[in-house]
Write a protein that binds this ligand. Structure first.
Ligand code: UFG
Length: 338
């Protein structure tokens, strides 16, 4: 029988790509999103992509009554929980808002799931739970810590999940620790479109390449890395989306949960990413060296072996694909807004 999955935050960047991957894998999907950080036209774009009607409920994960209605109206088999706030800088300014949304949202959702008898959950966590990682590549067994309220909220969520799973064996939860998701769907129909000036590297580079921003600041060139700039494990968002499908399948198959890294295992520096984007877009990307950004680690990359062993996860796209798909999407997004 076709399984039906509820995607909270399903109109967002990672959520929308996971929608596409789930439809490809034969799932029915219901999206719940409050559109606080998603474009209004995403559902239409997903309809074009999937070639079928889409079920979108506009509601907040903190709204328990709305969640109860979703579970009453749909035969949900599992939930993938993306809906959360994710800006490190904003979390430092508004810690309570981050705790309420990220921690309160998870608790409200798990209570609604329990009431509805739905015990399969995939949770969006982050490599941020490793803090300044002591081990590189970083395995899931590395010590956990946090450096800001956003990271703290994800760590608390992981702990709440572990305690809840320990309290009731009916729960099966996949905790996915994302490294740095970038790129866009190969169709060019969906991608990352941050409002205003982006915090993250690739969307910033994309806006410089397309001419919306004049110059990129490279935050520090004196790190202990091969070229002195920060090294990260960039993973194509469609590979990440596939990781969610595999996590869901593992929960169905095994009946127990897992905690896994989703990364490629390969790190690239800021300068390598700029060079790759310049090649993929055939544009000059002006940059200047700026001071380090507070709280940034020198290097972060995953040990992806547990995801391979438990889920059969293997990243398919390389850095060039990440840049090329981002560039195609960026040009489409610009055309749509001109
Ligand atoms: N960088 C620049 N210039 C910019 C933006 C970023 O040089 O304008 C550099 C950063 O210093 C870093 C690298 O590019 O070396 C990547 O930075 P991002 O902001 O793209 O990504 P981070 O690794 O800092 O952050 C990501 C997620 C966070 C998460 C963190 C740790 O965006 O949500 O990983 O897991 F907390």
């Amino acid at each position: 029988m076709t399984q039906c999955v509820l995607l909270t935050g399903g109109a967002g960047y990672i959520g929308s790509h996971t929608y596409a991957a789930l439809v490809d894998a034969g799932y029915d999907v219901v999206i719940l999103d409050n559109f606080s950080n998603a474009a209004r036209d995403v559902p239409n774009r997903l309809e074009v992509l999937a070639g079928r009607g889409i079920h979108v409920i506009e509601a907040d994960v903190l709204d328990r009554a709305a969640l109860d209605t979703v579970f009453a109206d749909h035969r949900i088999d599992a939930v993938i929980h993306f809906a959360a706030l994710k800006s490190v800088g904003e979390s430092v300014r508004k810690p309570l808002v981050y705790m309420q949304n990220n921690v309160g949202g998870l608790v409200t959702l798990m209570q609604a799931m329990e009431a509805a008898g739905v015990y399969r959950l995939v949770f969006s966590s982050s490599a941020t739970v490793y803090g300044e990682a002591e081990q590189l590549p970083t395995p899931e067994t590395a010590p956990l810590s946090y450096g800001n309220p956003y990271g703290h909220s994800k760590l608390i969520c992981e702990q709440i999940i572990a305690e809840t799973v320990a309290s009731d064996p009916r729960w099966a939860v996949g905790v996915l620790r994302y490294f740095n998701p970038v790129g866009a769907h190969t169709s060019g129909l969906i991608g990352e479109d941050p409002a205003g000036v982006p915090d993250n590297l690739m969307p910033y580079v994309a806006k410089v390449a397309v001419g919306e921003l004049p110059v990129l600041s490279v935050f520090g060139d004196d790190y202990p890395t091969p070229d002195g700039t920060g090294v990260r494990d960039y993973i194509h968002v469609s590979d990440l989306a596939e990781g969610h499908v595999l996590s869901l399948k593992a929960l169905e198959r095994d009946g127990t949960g897992h905690v896994v890294n989703l990364g490629t295992g390969r790190g690239y520096s800021v300068l390598e990413l700029i060079a790759a984007y310049a090649r993929a877009s055939n544009r000059h990307i002006p940059y200047k060296i700026a001071p380090r950004r507070a709280g940034d680690a020198a290097s972060s990359y995953a040990d992806p072996s547990r995801a391979r062993a438990l889920l059969g996860f293997e990243a398919k796209y390389d850095l060039h694909d990440m840049c090329r798909t981002s560039w195609v999407w960026m040009q489409n997004a610009k055309k749509a807004s001109d």
